[in-house]
Design a protein around this ligand. Structure first.
Ligand code: SF4
Length: 224
């Protein structure tokens, strides 16, 4: 099997070609976390293949850079689990479980969101951020779907984007329960899935259809 076929056979996001002809291998991580086993596997892969080390990306994942083609299979095999576990990206902060400013359990909500998103086939990639308080360390307000906690519940935003055309997400609800927040997110995503154009991110979608249309879709009574 040649290199191209080998990479195609790996999970999405597992290996990236680099400008200099080497590769980046991406160990599988969820919500910025690694267990001891994965840490040891990464360390072994780096050491045994004479690599310099790892880089931490903004997406809360480790990148093993500068892997030559000759070592790619060995590094992937040594790491074990690589690439994306889920199609849509969820970023979460420690929240109430570990941060003294946390007001809601953002890691648990991020985990729930990741699992909920498995059901969705969407027009474009989706990035989400779940933060335990309004400091928004998980960048909730510049994500397609954002959640952040306050003392009395969650704030839900939709249509945010970073990158070259930054857009703050529109607030769909404040101080709602986790159940209500997930209901709102689901309704917004169903509307987006049905009416978004191919490759149209939520920021551009909201600009095109208008926030009122999104609100109407989210908050109108579901049809029987
Ligand atoms: S968003 Fe709030 S809870 Fe989360 S890490 Fe930042 S300060 Fe802590």
């Amino acid at each position: 099997m040649n290199m191209e076929e080998y990479i195609k056979g790996l999970p999405k996001g597992a290996v990236r070609a680099r400008r200099d002809g080497t590769y980046t291998v991406v160990p599988r991580m969820r919500l910025g976390q690694m267990d001891a086993e994965l840490l040891e596997a990464v360390s072994r892969a780096v050491r045994e293949n004479g690599l310099a080390g790892v880089r931490l990306a903004a997406s809360q994942r480790l990148m093993i850079d500068n892997v030559p083609a000759s070592a790619l299979r060995a590094v992937v095999t040594a790491v074990g689990l690589v690439g994306d576990a889920y199609a849509h990206k969820v970023q979460g902060c420690q929240g109430a479980a570990g941060c003294k400013l946390g007001q809601q359990d953002s890691l648990a909500a991020a985990d729930r969101l990741e699992r909920m998103l498995v059901d969705f086939s969407l027009p474009a990639k989706l990035k989400t951020g779940v933060s335990g308080c309004p400091m928004c360390c998980a960048e909730s307000l510049v994500r397609d779907v954002g959640l952040f906690g306050r003392k009395h519940g969650w704030t839900v935003s939709f249509g945010g984007n970073g990158g070259k055309r930054v857009r703050g997400g529109d607030i769909l609800a404040e101080n709602v329960s986790e159940e209500e927040a997930f209901y709102i997110i689901r309704r917004a995503l169903v509307f987006y899935a049905e009416h978004g154009k191919v490759k149209e991110r939520t920021a551009r979608f909201v600009e095109r259809v208008g926030l009122d249309a999104v609100r109407l879709a989210v908050f109108s009574e579901p049809q029987a």
